[in-house]
Design a protein around this ligand. Sequence first.
Ligand code: ZN
Ligand code: ZN
Length: 308
Amino acid sequence: MPSDKKHIKGYVYQTMPYQVLLFYKYTDVSDPEALAAQIRSLAEGLSLTGRVIVATEGINATLEGTVENTESFIAQFTDPRFADMQYKKSAGTGKSFPKLSVKVRKEIVGTGFTQDEADPRVSTAPRITADELRSWYESDKDFVVVDMRNNYEFASGHFKNSIEPGISASRHLPLAMEKLAPLKDKKVVTVCTGGIRCEKMSAYLMHKGFKDVQQLDGGIHTYMEKYPGKDFQGTLYTFDQRVTMNFGGEREIVGTCHLCGAQTERYADCADLTCHLHFLACDNCRDSEGKVYCSNECAKQLVRSDLA
Ligand SMILES: [Zn+2]
Ligand SMILES: [Zn+2]
């Protein structure tokens, strides 16, 4: 339904002066420091904020700025290694990031996998488009969606009948292998926010003997742009100050308060600074300043440290 997409994009452009770009690509980068400097200077010149990670395996970035400046970034970032890179766009607030950070790291997504375990430059799972996955849902095909995001992201929104590995960080995927093992012979579709984590994690599943793995092309972001309110239930978590992304369309709230079970999409960090668990907490379970502890243990710990 291409007309739908235009409608959503039109909505973003007409009502929001700011735009967030999400983009990544796995490709050989022999000069990560130089590429980082090039991106930094381009982004600074356009007053963009956000996070960019450059590694010898590629780039991973989220940038916010005015619609005009973010479009200029796309037009001016002409490095041929990234010529076919896809930019995902969503409505910004102008305050999604406190500043611009461009860093060189070992990996563009911190999985800790060896190159033998997962290297998307060499091999990764075949892609399934949003349209194909939608038709699978409509025809009730025998498949299972495995959500490669962290548990707290899954909490506020996820695909119908999807499996949650239950990990709190990408590098913990090996700990979920026992839970996922029964799916080795099933038709598996991996999903994540924009697709970058699936590139490695689907490759890792294949390395571990999963026979029929595909990854959702463009991730949940692309699916929700095309089919807002369909199949993906709830809201899409994002690692910036927007916390969740809105793609329009009617949707149900699937997030529940970690403490009382009430419906909510509000995230909190446990007020105990040694815990700092990121979780869903409803308004009722917070104090007047919005503070909340994830558990009685954490609440009691505060009393102890107050007395000490
Ligand atoms: Zn509550
Ligand atoms: Zn806690």
